[in-house]
Design a protein. Structure first.
Length: 279
């Protein structure tokens, strides 16, 4: 009975085999559990077995935090190539590929919307865009988010996910550290709340500037947070680093963070924090 024969879940075309289920299952890099993608998405991209927090995009993050009807703003800025930089590839080609792959102009998305009952300004970094690196456009976009929060008297939330300053823009990228920090000082004087949410990874110049300047600094579990990487530090000091070094829990224990919050609880936590901060 040919109808009873088990069908192979494959299509053969031009000598190639394509598995129809490709992309439907994802393997957790921590516990090696194979997870159905739909189940992982329903669980906020957190492994149901070990609690590993998968990296997620800026748009997904915004949808998780803000109520429907939010507005994306400051989308017109695009990076240039001020140094005509080239290593293995030209900076221009890297920008074009990142823009094509992510659908974004750069590694940041600003949004205005409601976080529960609170009207907020939300700025979220996109790690998939050249490692979430901070160049002139990222710095200017975040500065605009700070200015909007100041002008509208709304709380500011920045979600960091970055490898640090963008080396292809040299000193221009380093200037963004001071630029954003100065804008945040203005926000602080006006007593407008700023919450920094650090995700995996948050490193380099981003950690050295706005990511650690929040009135409240919170992080997701297991996030890598630091300036230089663990390997660089070990090579420099020639000592073995303690277990869990530069992870969220280690930083919380040593006073660098105010809280470590599970992604599924983050929205409720931020709402409650703003309830207190806006009193």
């Amino acid at each position: 009975m040919s109808w009873f024969k088990r069908q192979e879940n494959k299509i053969e075309s031009a000598g190639e085999k394509t598995v129809r289920t490709e992309g439907l299952w994802i393997k957790c890099e921590c516990c090696e559990q194979v997870i159905f993608k739909a189940d992982l998405e329903a669980n906020s991209w957190v492994c149901p077995k070990c609690g590993n927090h998968f990296r997620i995009g800026a748009r997904t993050r915004i949808e998780m935090l803000l109520e429907p009807g939010y507005e994306i703003v400051d989308t017109e800025l695009k990076s240039t190539d001020p140094l005509n930089f080239s290593d293995l590839k030209s900076y221009k080609s890297r920008l074009k590929k990142a823009q094509k792959d992510t659908g974004l102009n750069d590694a940041i998305v600003n949004a205005l919307g409601q976080l529960g009952p609170h009207s907020v300004v939300l700025s979220v970094m996109e790690y998939a865009f050249i490692g979430g690196s901070m160049g002139a456009v990222v710095g200017e976009t975040i500065a605009r988010a700070v200015d909007r929060a100041y002008d509208m008297r709304r709380p500011l939330i920045i979600v960091a996910a970055s490898g640090g300053a963008r080396m292809m823009e040299g000193i221009v990228s380093l200037m963004q550290l001071a630029k954003i920090s100065a804008a945040l000082a203005r926000l602080d004087k006006a007593k407008i709340p700023y919450i920094s949410v650090l995700t995996d990874p948050t490193t380099g110049g981003v950690t050295a500037s706005f990511a650690m300047l929040g009135d409240l600094n919170v992080a997701e579990p297991g996030a890598l947070i630091g300036f230089a990487g663990p390997r660089v530090i070990e090579q420099t000091i020639r000592q073995k680093l303690p277990e869990g070094f530069q992870r969220s829990e280690f930083l919380l224990e040593h006073g660098f963070l105010d809280a470590v919050v599970n992604r599924k609880e983050m929205k409720a936590y931020l709402i409650r924090a703003l309830d207190f901060m806006k009193q």
